[in-house]
Design a protein around this ligand. Structure first.
Ligand code: THU
Length: 129
């Protein structure tokens, strides 16, 4: 699975985003160490805090299926009528992902300009007990 392929799966998942309030549709694709890919999209709600980000939707689907170790996460998101551009995972999603794979590769950007970060670089002092 190349970074470009994973980013494409995130873009495919983005098509199912339910984002009537922000108009900001996000898709994510999470690659587990056993080769499975879990996707997610953001799902908003009338009661705003009840919404969920695409990355956590993918993560929670993965954990539900028994996957707990991940090598890469691709994320993509942009607002309607705005050109696709780099979308970074929010702080809550960084912390949620950090629970399972601190050395996760985070793939973002656009297919023509892919950017890769280490989760540990995006969340250098994650919470832990
Ligand atoms: N969103 C995500 O899905 N992932 C992020 O990392 C940041 C934000 C969603 C939440 C909300 O539905 C919309 O993008 C605007 O904040």
């Amino acid at each position: 699975m190349t970074d470009k392929d994973l980013l494409q799966l995130a873009r495919d998942a983005r098509k199912n985003a339910y984002a009537p309030y922000s108009d900001f549709a996000v898709g994510a694709a999470l690659l587990s160490t056993d080769g499975r890919v879990f996707t997610g999209c953001n799902v908003e709600n009338h009661s705003y805090p009840a919404g969920c980000c695409a990355e956590r939707a993918a993560l929670y689907t993965a954990v539900t299926a028994g996957a707990r170790n991940f090598t890469a996460l691709a994320v993509t998101g942009w607002q309607r009528d705005v050109a696709p551009r780099t979308c970074m995972p929010c702080g809550i999603c960084r912390q949620a992902l950090n629970e399972f794979s601190q050395d996760l590769r985070v793939v973002t950007g656009t297919p023509d300009d892919i950017q890769v970060f280490k989760l540990s670089e995006l969340l250098p002092y994650g919470f832990g007990v």
